[in-house]
Design a protein around this ligand. Sequence first.
Ligand code: C5J
Length: 227
Amino acid sequence: MTEVAAEPSPFTLAEGRTALIVIDMQRDFLLPGGFGESLGNDVGQLLKVVPPLAALIAAARTAGVMVIHTREGHQPDLSDCPPAKLTRGAPSKRIGDPGKYGRILIRGEYGHDIVDELAPVDGELVIDKPGKGAFYATELQDVLVSAGITQLLVTGVTTEVCVHTTTRETNDRGYECLVVSDCVGSYFPDFQRIGLEMIKAQGGIFGWVADSSAVIPALRGLATTAA
Ligand code: C5J
């Protein structure tokens, strides 16, 4: 079975042309005491994404679906961080400042890396991105084109920021996107709900939405077809 019961309409997984993208499941955003929590956010809203996303990633790996991880962050000298981004937010909690898990959102720091439960395995691509969208100033488009990918299963955090920005970027580049509702997370329950509504509104203006309980069986169907 390769059809996913999605909204606003069924989504058919295209064998060999689908990739799973896991956006910014980084310690800085998810861990208690980290950057996200220091801004007053409830990290529990993001941590609940981890178990279903781990199951989805496992199903994608079994089905031979390409898994791509992203990390938002900057060079230690901040040369790739626009001043308008750097100076936003409370002083002492800005990008590059010391935090509980190292300098905030700086490449190579402990907090910048992906949470242990979702760690990439050998051979999986990790895209380091300086922006919210995964296509901006990265190799993602070239990677997808050379792999013949036309569909993306979109997951990660946060729903209304990097997940939305990336999903919108994929639309403008001609990809079909299915956003997996329990595998994306926001610190704000209202943004989570409305963010998902916005994807599938108007006949799927940005794409499709389905729960992992609908996507995982379809991935198993792909694995069976490929065997
Ligand atoms: C944010 C992200 N929220 N990954 N980044 O700043 O959504």
